[in-house]
Design a protein. Structure first.
Ligand code: SF4
Length: 69
């Protein structure tokens, strides 16, 4: 399982940070960064990806298949 970010798509509204603050943070330009994609359950990562209004978070399984994105 892996979290990928479409950096150009992130509009910095921090929805993901609110849902999984151990995984996501915003940098100085208000773009999301992944701190630790193993710091939350798969369910929480999927919830964060689905809550992103910009479709900027991609969650993949170990084979690289997109679960959400
Ligand atoms: S929810 Fe989406 S748009 Fe908002 S900060 Fe996170 S990745 Fe960026």
């Amino acid at each position: 399982m892996q979290v990928r970010i479409r950096h150009g798509a992130c509009c910095g509204n921090a929805e993901c940070v609110e849902i999984a603050p151990a995984v996501f943070a915003l940098d100085s330009k208000n773009k999301v960064v992944v701190i630790d994609d193993e710091a939350a359950s798969l369910e929480l990562l999927i919830e964060a990806a689905e809550a992103c209004p910009c479709g900027a978070i991609v969650v993949e399984d170990d084979d690289g298949n997109e679960l959400v994105g």
